[in-house]
Design a protein around this ligand. Structure first.
Ligand code: FMN
Length: 336
């Protein structure tokens, strides 16, 4: 069974990549992921705030800031909250490259097109084969319109594209009002791939203590459905972008669905954190078996068979299905 795929210029033996997470922090874990046959590993993110803080410290001007900054910096993450300082992050890429043959994808996380993006070049020089740009952002300023948010994202992509020669993928949230248009603009700005989607951490409220309780759930399979929709829409439209699913992939059938919808790769994090590195092997073997059962000879043959390339108006199809599915609650077995 030929499970090979290409993603961000990499020829991968199969589509299962270990997504951005602390799984890259420990070399032993990385070796176990390689033994389990992971196709590639994404580093956890190096954050804009972290790089900016480091630079301020280097410039030794932190104390000189006005009160407004002191107030603002009180809710910025403290150095101990980041897993690796910027230099250690680069060192960890070098260590992983020296220890295993697994391709490493770097990850930068930030929202302003500014000097911190120089780190893209350092990540490339440290040995990363590709780079993920994660633009995790809640647009909460009423004076900022959606076009400005998108312009900033595009500018970040253009700046990074000028700085590096390795392929870059953009990891986005689904909360854009015209996602298909943004995907086209990202492709035109030089993005080589999209990673669908970022998950926002969703803090809860403690109603007795009147406190906000931040927590980070591991994902569940229902999260895959939103990814499948957008993979199916975009893979029919954006032939030059490599697409990866992240969110809710935990079994071989999830990989099959994502590839059928048009993914070149899938990323797994929660399932590996839950079940351990060897889960990659279980899913990879399950994938080979399932493809055979379904009558496919390769991933390439299956990719995109369920995309919406031939659908003239995915939006209208969506509305038609929406109307239909609203009637299906009486029949949970699902004839609709
Ligand atoms: C503990 C943990 C740490 C993560 N750290 C990062 C990160 O640094 N950068 C990033 O882009 N995504 C990060 N993620 C998100 C994952 O890469 C992934 O997109 C998300 O967990 C959905 O995939 P899953 O359903 O396979 O878990 C993290 C997720 C977890 C659970």
């Amino acid at each position: 069974m030929d499970l090979s795929t290409t993603y961000l210029g990499l020829r991968l033996p199969h589509p299962i990549v270990v997504g951005a997470s602390p799984l890259c922090d420990d070399l032993d874990t990385v070796r176990r992921l390689e033994d389990a046959g992971a196709a590639a590993i994404v580093m956890h993110s190096l954050f804009e705030e972290q790089i900016a803080r480091e630079r301020r410290r280097t410039a030794a001007d932190l104390d000189a800031h006005v009160d407004a900054f002191a107030e603002a910096s009180s809710f910025l993450p403290q150095p101990a909250e980041f897993r690796l300082a910027p230099d250690e992050y680069l060192e960890q890429i070098r260590r992983i490259r020296a220890a295993v043959a697994l391709p490493v994808i770097g990850s930068l996380n930030g929202v302003t097109p500014a000097g911190w993006l120089d780190y893209a070049r350092s990540i490339q020089d440290a040995g990363a084969s590709a780079l993920e740009l994660n633009t995790y952002y809640i647009a909460s300023d009423p004076a900022e319109d959606s076009a400005s948010v998108e312009r900033r994202t595009l500018e970040i992509v253009r700046m990074v594209k000028r700085a590096v020669t390795i392929p870059i993928a953009v990891k986005l949230s689904p909360f854009f009002s015209a996602f298909a248009h943004l995907a086209a603009a990202l492709e035109a700005a030089g993005a080589d791939g999209l990673v669908l989607f970022n998950r926002f951490y969703q803090p809860d409220i403690d109603i007795v203590e009147l406190e906000v309780r931040p927590h980070h759930h591991l994902s569940d399979p229902s999260e895959l459905l939103l990814r499948l929709r957008w993979l199916a829409i975009l893979s029919g439209q954006r032939r030059r972008l490599d697409l990866a699913a992240t969110g809710g992939v935990s079994q071989a059938a999830d990989v099959v669905k994502a590839v059928m919808a048009g993914a070149h790769a899938v990323q797994m994090v929660s399932a590996v954190l839950r079940h351990g590195p060897d889960h990659v092997r279980v899913v990879r073997e399950g994938l080979a078996h399932l493809l055979g059962e379904l009558g496919y000879e390769s991933i390439a043959q299956m990719r995109g068979c369920m995309n919406l390339a031939r659908c003239p108006d995915p939006g209208a199809l969506e509305r038609a299905n929406y109307v239909r599915v609203l009637q299906s609650w009486r029949d949970p077995g699902g004839s609709a």
